[in-house]
Design a protein around this ligand. Structure first.
Ligand code: TXA
Ligand code: MG
Length: 312
């Protein structure tokens, strides 16, 4: 199967592959035509750069124009794992992959099948999440089939993703290391390795629902209208035709097939969240109501996804 996948990649075709975070829609990161196919299959805006997956730090360095000590430190501590490092790129990564930027996001995924594929291909694999642009990311091979079906040439099934939300993206191309997207590795974990890290994730804050829409674009979103609520607000919402994603059983809602209670622990919550959102999205509900987890650092990436999923 891996040989087959490598052959497809060499031919410039699309291969969906598992990672520990979400499934990726892969193509040869050095082939501009193959990358255009990714953008077409996803309906992705040409301004949004792709993450390029690598087997390890040494492969990353082959495509980075510079590789600061902070990049080495992060790669050594967290790779393979859910953190993407943005550094200046070399010419072998075409501008199609980076949406015209002179930086590239590199990440070694922590999944045996993905690493086997990367080693066999021996080149980086560009891979956005294997969903239509702005929709919920896929955490199983079946999700990829449901979402992209005919436009993928091959789907490698590596079972359900263990982390369940996307990687943290950290930009090391400027003076101050800056998190551009919260994800599987927390700010505190990064700071324990490289010192102070800033966060610039586009001003998405759970409290800023009145801010301009451009500041928190709808992303990671179901097709069904979705709304986030604090636990206290649940009481006043009728259960009729609604699906609920909750952290605790709330007696006020009453028994319903459409109440899903996720874990109070952010790790299993993240693993299950997209699959549950996708399932509820398939039920033709009037609305999906999501209880906001606590405003604590270990929940920050999940709160970010909930805010984006419920922004209009
Ligand atoms: O966990 C993940 O990161 C998954 C798996 C498949 O690896 N991939 C993923 O890719 O989520 P995608 O394309 O859905 O999200 C990539 C994110 C986007 O927010 C993009 O703007 C950012 O990474 N990104 C990629 N390259 C960048 C660059 N050169 N500069 C700034 N941001 C970049
Ligand atoms: Mg995505």
């Amino acid at each position: 199967m891996i040989d087959h996948a490598v052959e497809f990649l060499r031919l410039g075709r699309l291969v969906a592959f598992p990672t520990e975070t979400v499934y990726g829609l892969g193509a040869d990161a050095t082939n501009a035509d193959a990358i255009r196919r990714i953008f077409a299959a996803k309906g992705r805006p040409p301004t949004n750069p792709l993450i390029c997956h690598v087997a390890d730090e040494s492969m990353a360095r082959r495509y980075a124009k510079s590789w600061p000590q902070t990049a080495s430190a992060i790669a050594r501590h967290f790779w393979p794992g859910p953190v993407t490092i943005v550094v200046p790129k070399l010419e072998s990564i075409p501008f199609e992959a980076t949406a015209g930027r002179d930086t590239v996001g590199l990440r070694a995924p922590n999944h045996a099948l993905a690493l086997e594929l990367l080693r066999a291909f021996d080149k980086p694999i560009a891979g956005p999440s294997a969903n239509k642009s702005n929709h919920v990311s896929p955490t199983t091979a079946q999700h990829v089939r449901d979402e992209l079906g005919q436009s993928v040439d091959l789907i490698l099934d590596g079972g359900p993703c263990k982390v369940g939300i996307e990687s943290t993206v950290i930009d090391l191309s400027g003076e101050i290391p800056t998190i551009l997207r919260l994800g599987g590795v927390t700010r505190a974990q990064l700071e324990s390795v490289i010192g102070r890290v800033e966060i610039k994730t586009g001003n998405v804050s759970p409290d800023s629902s009145a801010a301009s829409p451009g500041q928190h674009p709808r992303h990671y979103a179901p097709k069904t209208p979705a709304r986030r609520v604090d636990p206290g607000e649940l009481r006043s919402i009728s259960a009729e035709d609604r699906g609920f994603i909750l952290l605790n059983p709330h007696r006020a809602i009453g028994p319903s097939m459409l109440v899903v209670i996720l874990s109070n622990d952010p790790v299993p919550y993240a693993r299950d969240f997209y699959a549950v959102l996708r399932r509820l999205d398939g039920l033709s509900l009037r609305e999906i109501v999501i209880e906001m987890p606590p405003d604590q650092p270990e929940w920050a990436a999940i709160r970010d996804r909930i805010v984006r999923a419920t922004s209009s």
